[in-house]
Design a protein around this ligand. Sequence first.
Ligand code: C2G
Length: 449
Amino acid sequence: MIDLQEGVFLKKVITYGTFDMLHQGHLNILKRAKELGDYLIVGVTSDDFDSRRGKINVQQSMMERVEGVKETGLADQIIIEEYEGQKIDDINRFGIDIFAIGSDWQGKFDYLSEFCKVIYLERTKGISSTKIRSKNNHLKLGLVGKAKRLWKVANEAVSINGIDIVGTSGAGYDRRLKKLNNYSFDQLIERVDAVFIESDVNNRYEQIKYSLECGKHVLCDLPMAIGRRQQKELLEIAQKKDIVLMSGIKTAYSTAYYRLILMVKSGEIGKVLSVETTCTSLSESSKLSNYSENNIWSAMDAWGATALMPIFQVLGTNYVNKTIISKKIDSYFDLFTKMDFIYKDAVATAKIGKGVKSEGEMIISGTKGYIYVPAPWWKTDYFEIRYEDQNKNKRFFYELEGEGFKYELVNFLRAINHRRTLSYTGNDVLEEISQIYEEFYNRKGIIRI
Ligand code: C2G
């Protein structure tokens, strides 16, 4: 095309890719694409676009990948690919003559030939980001605890390049995990680089402490410990030893949830006045009287931390007052608990139940509008921002593969490799949640009905 400013004929080529851990295959394609014309535009995928198209174990951040492409010196211009359908827009916008892409995409982009020439360049054999990733970061992971969902974790981990599940400890009775080796806790720790802990709440502190002291990274469900002091101690050990200790509430790592919190923090709904969360389940309610004996998780153990997390992430932990009302069926097991928090200029409520069912939604109300996440909000893939004028309402959907453990594990891997995680769960949130569990177990200020 004629470049109007320069008045010369420039043959413009465009190519796209993730370019994670830039390698020879990428270099070859960029070189060949460049040779096809005079001016090369490289579209680097945004983290968001990649996760939406199912590429979630990308190791480098978008900025690092852009840097990688820049360093090759082959791109005359670098742009970010953010959405489906952008290629057509780019081709028209930049006046592209040739679209070039690797032969692994053969046929997939023929539809672009309506707009410019489409060329598939032969892919370099024997090298890929996937191969490099699995060579570099083979993380040996152990699963600790009795929680039923550990098999789901194992299941979703299979598709993550760079994580090997070495075995379990304490989960041996679960037939779905029978294929894995079951070890004693110390034996497992000896064999792994990191552990995923979802054990009984009371065992976690000791298990985490031991793991950290042995130099193993830890991903643990919340609460990690009972009481602020213990939680603080664990965080300090991790920091001192430069080991990752990360919250295992998977909701925090789903793209939709992360986006939602980001929007609230950026003032999209104005000043937040109220956060309401509800999490309940009925699944094991048939034997009400046997709850404690059968070691079934109470409402607080199963749901408390999840329901509290968005409250503390959005409003912080400096509330002025709180009221906790609990329907207990014995001294240990709460069937239903309602936690109310009063802040200087906001309020929050978390309702949780095990053996009681309610609408599992989340509503965050602000001075300009509110965010509505339909049930089950803790598996967030969709939310709405609603305003007074309904025509202005916005809907957001981000695909969530499986139950979302994948995103959490990928983030864990990233945190270990780059000391960087995608979540708003700060240390204050972890400490406050641990503190509430301590007060709850000690029945401090709990109103029992
Ligand atoms: N490539 C190659 N040889 C390899 C590996 C990759 O020629 N051994 C090419 C790919 O075919 C692609 C480019 O390098 O053209 C970037 O590859 P990726 O980073 O894997 O990105 P990809 O997922 O192919 O993204 O919508 C199309 C995408 O944006 C292309």
